[in-house]
Design a protein around this ligand. Structure first.
Ligand SMILES: *Cc1c(COP(=O)(O)O)cnc(C)c1O
Ligand code: SF4
Length: 361
């Protein structure tokens, strides 16, 4: 959820290839250029843990966790970058970061009301790479890939095949934006848009920059959290170059995700003129307490990030064990309001297909 419903992709691309592979590339502005050596973050992405047995072993979990991890992995593969793994407590199966990425046997259970495509996106297949649902802002699928596979993701059932727009298709998408002067904000989503290369992103942002009615560039991403080295000079270069106002919406669910490297990455983004916001998902066993939510907001602010949305779970098959009922969610948020200043309160929302905005609960 490098996906906007935390999931930087509130809109699923029809397909999602493997992050870090050549196929994760979406914009291909200059395919004819020679290949460059991968950036440090790209190497880290390529080395992410993809084996459930290795994940259990590295975290010192006993063998009882293996069968569930293998069964869940068969449905939606494991993907955990080392930099994220390093923030987990070894030997603790209840670690709130591990819970987000460790497959469980429960994922194989069918639960009434939990479906493969909870936002009915397959029925509303948008123009390639472009989703215009809300007034004034438009969403671009800049990369269908993700750097981490979150077990609660509403896009977990999309097939891992490439569906990246070609250069010609990007030109058509950009033309659509040029023709509609009611649009003021372009939102890069995915997947995780920052899984695309800086060459591709720089190409795209330069073209957005040249559209006079666009004022803002928004990026929904989990990459600076799971691989803080993603915020490197190349990324800061194209960010600093644009006249557009910049907003980065991070996706962090728990205070423990924010270590010094994340704080430093946030500082680099701030220095490049970026406004930093966070969205999270309310998850059973991860952040479903007033204490956890208060600690998250406080820690976000230490990193210079303001809470934006707290999403309730989308009813995606395989994630029912993460659900927190609406009444409990409202009660939790009411309790949170008693311990936090108003500016550290996220807005509790649900995404309802067909609505013109997120729906506050
Ligand atoms: C969530 C979403 C947005 C952004 O909504 P905000 O309330 O502005 O954060 C934009 N477009 C689509 C399609 C979305 O799903
Ligand atoms: S898998 Fe995680 S990072 Fe990727 S879209 Fe889903 S929630 Fe976001």
């Amino acid at each position: 959820m490098a996906s906007v419903a935390p999931r930087e992709g509130f809109i699923a691309p029809p397909r999602r290839p493997v992050a870090g592979s050549a196929s994760s590339v979406t914009a291909r502005p200059d395919e004819t250029q020679p290949l460059q050596a991968p950036a440090a973050w790209q190497s880290q992405l390529a080395r992410a843990i993809r084996d459930p047995a290795e994940l259990c072993r590295r975290l010192g979990l006993d063998d009882a966790w293996r069968p569930g991890a293998e069964a869940g992995h068969a449905l939606f593969e494991v993907r955990v970058p080392e930099a994220f793994l390093a923030r987990m407590r070894p030997g603790d199966p209840d670690d709130p970061l591990l819970r987000q990425v460790l497959p469980l046997g429960e994922e194989t259970a069918a639960t009434p009301g939990y479906v493969a495509d909870p936002l009915a996106e397959a029925e509303h297949s948008p123009a390639r790479g472009l989703i215009h649902k809300y007034a004034g802002r438009v969403l671009l699928i800049a990369s269908p890939a993700c750097a981490v596979n979150c077990r609660y993701c509403f896009r977990r059932h999309f097939p891992y095949t490439e569906n990246a727009p070609s250069r010609a298709q990007w030109d058509a998408t950009l033309d659509t934006l040029r023709r509609d002067d009611t649009l003021h904000e372009a939102i890069l989503s995915g997947g995780d848009p920052l899984a695309a290369s800086d060459r591709q992103l720089g190409w795209l942002v330069e073209r957005l920059d040249a559209i006079p009615h666009l004022r803002r560039l928004r990026i929904h991403t989990r990459l600076p959290v799971v691989i803080p080295d993603r915020v490197d000079d190349a990324l800061l270069g194209w960010l600093a170059a644009t006249r557009l106002q910049k907003v980065v919406v991070l996706h962090i669910n728990h205070a423990q995700e924010i270590d010094q490297a994340v704080i430093d990455a946030c500082a680099r983004l701030k220095n490049a003129g970026v406004t930093l916001l966070n969205q999270s998902v309310l998850l059973r066993g991860v952040n479903d307490s007033i204490d956890a939510q208060a600690a998250l907001s406080e820690r976000l602010f230490e990193a210079g990030v303001l809470p934006y949305y707290l999403h309730v779970l989308d009813p995606v098959a395989g994630a029912a064990h993460f659900d927190v009922p609406d009444d409990e969610a409202r009660e939790l948020v009411a309790g949170l309001r008693k311990v936090l200043p108003g500016f550290l309160m996220p807005t509790l929302v649900r995404e309802i297909p067909g609505e013109g905005s997120k729906t506050p609960l």
